[in-house]
Design a binder for this molecule. Sequence first.
Ligand SMILES: [Zn+2]
Length: 206
Amino acid sequence: MKPSDGVSRVDEDPEKRGPNDFCLWKFAKEGEPYWETDIGNGRPGWHIEDTAITETIFGPQYDIHGGAVDLMFPHHEAEIAQMEAVSGKVPFVKYWLHAGFLNMKEEKMSKSLGNIVTIREALKANDPRVLRFMFISGHYRSTLTYDEDVLEQSRQALQRIDEFMFRLDSGYASAKEKELVDELKAGVIAALDNDFNTPPSLVSYI
Ligand SMILES: [Zn+2]
């Protein structure tokens, strides 16, 4: 990532040595809430807030930290820098899972753009299984689009699976059939072991 890409999410300040340096501590501006401390009135920067919460609950090291791709820098890098510096323990987090954006047609869904569909609204309009299917039909790191076409495709795919399941007899008709099922299961598990690669596991079902 180019250093400038993340700068919009880092405060600009002429006193910084590097434009990408992030704030550990924010001095209180007029009207802002603050703590009184030896270094003056202020509050921790938001990267610290997260690290403080996770350290309290999980300790200085834990397994999985998620977030959208736009949080890699500066937010997650700042969390790593802070916690590893304080604890001396490396790595701070074993696995980082950075999800792609959820788009509304062409645009990223975001609070600041005001084009948000809440989970509650989405659940009111759709069967939860359809939504779940839609979310896993793309790899979690790729961009996903939320619109009526995609929802309709998910509805139809899910219906095909349901109809197939309905027609299935219980038990295996032959050793060959069991072999095929075992092969399919192993394929799905191998795909999931490969960075939660959900799309191939679905393709083999449909
Ligand atoms: Zn965080």
